[in-house]
Design a protein around this ligand. Sequence first.
Ligand code: A4P
Ligand code: MG
Length: 448
Amino acid sequence: MGACPFLTVKGEGMSLYSIALGSNMGNRLANLGRAVALLEERYFSRLKLSPVLETPALLPANAPADWDIPYLNMVVRGTSDLSPEALLAGLKDIEKTVGREETHERWGPRLIDLDIVLWDGPSFISPTLTIPHVELLNRPFLIHLLALLDPQCRYPGGKTFGEMAHLLPDIDTCYTQSFVLNPKLVGIVNLTPDSFSDGGQYVDPEKAISHAKQLVAEGATVVELGPQSTRPQAVLVDAETEYARLHPILEGLSDDIKQNDITISLDSFLPETILKVLENYPISWINDVTGNLEDRTLRTIAERGLKIVVMHSLSIPPHRDQCLDFDRSAVESLNQWSELKIRHLESCGFQREHIILDSGIGFGKSAYQNLFLLQHVEQLKQFGCEVMVGHSRKRFISSFSHAEARDRDLETVAVSLALAEQGVDYLRVHHVRNHQRALVAYQLSVNR
Ligand code: A4P
Ligand code: MG
């Protein structure tokens, strides 16, 4: 792989590695995301990421039928001072941290698999490690992913991956769909009769459950259940109504939640709803659109290790005549608010890595303030928390488009690409598949 250029100059004593990742159990995108984060935390200062491909499982002859679960596969590349054997040990550690069982059957289903596929040293053969990976040339999806990462990269003594991939027959059948790892998508399921763009569509629990599962299959890392509409002019409902809407869906998804096949966020600011759900279901996030939950509930959420989305708003539901101070930059107002909120959440027991800041597009801002906040959302990254934006199909879009609320996905996706460029961690969206399609195309046509 000596001919592979890389974005950073390779330092003395450093080696350039390509690592293949695969997952076909649990929340597959989240598993890949966790493994990549650990690779960057522990062994690589910066990795170049391929897109993520969903691939049919390659199975040994006579494999049990229940092994036939599609994989998500990707390749990452970066430099490290570790020797190949030391890196292999590190990869095994990461597999363990992500939850892979130490004893597993060869080619059996797995939460995560990390293999070294290539490096820029000479061919490496030891009793425990072979580089290039022995299966590399038998796996069209790996050749394709390596060509997408860098078409000039050459198989030792052979062709470039760009040429090999170009010559592969049926390249389009080696994967079924593609995704990006970042930004992560939070798919919305509104269980309400009156939400602004999808009200009434998922009131039937069966429909809500199958939509939640579909969002995961389409590339959502988190699914958010909304038992209350907070659109302008909405009439708020009480905790009993919220729980009655949530209960059948949480019951229907209960096994998937327990097995970590689906990661659930609850969009509620009513302590009674939150505490009752927490008692019964191991959900992962609370999204508080008031940004103002009482301390007792906040402490319980923190103790249970959930993440909290703290959203800026001036009132729920929002009123047109309540906006941020027009004489001040909206970004300054949001920065000041963020500092206060983080300090308070920390005093209630939250670590910064469990706090997600959301500027609350559409809540207490004029269209111009919303757009200004979108343009400067990267400012929120300075606090060391994750950042989410929930702009999907919202009213500010009507300041430049006459599309109906449910028909605003084109504009939503365009905004999402700009937000991805600013390094936003999560996009909270209605149409997950359209987002993945656009984000993959975008990622593959920028040079990073
Ligand atoms: N080992 C040797 N060379 C390497 C290397 N270059 N990188 C040894 C990593 N490990 C290497 O691996 C078994 C042993 O291989 C390691 O202990 C190491 O000493 P493992 O990860 O414990 O077990 P495994 O993954 O079941 O075996 P193996 O041979 O790594 O299988 P693969 O190649 O990972 O294949 N279908 C699709 N669509 N996508 C997939 O990603 N993956 C597999 C597993 C099967 N089917 C698939 C996919
Ligand atoms: Mg392996």
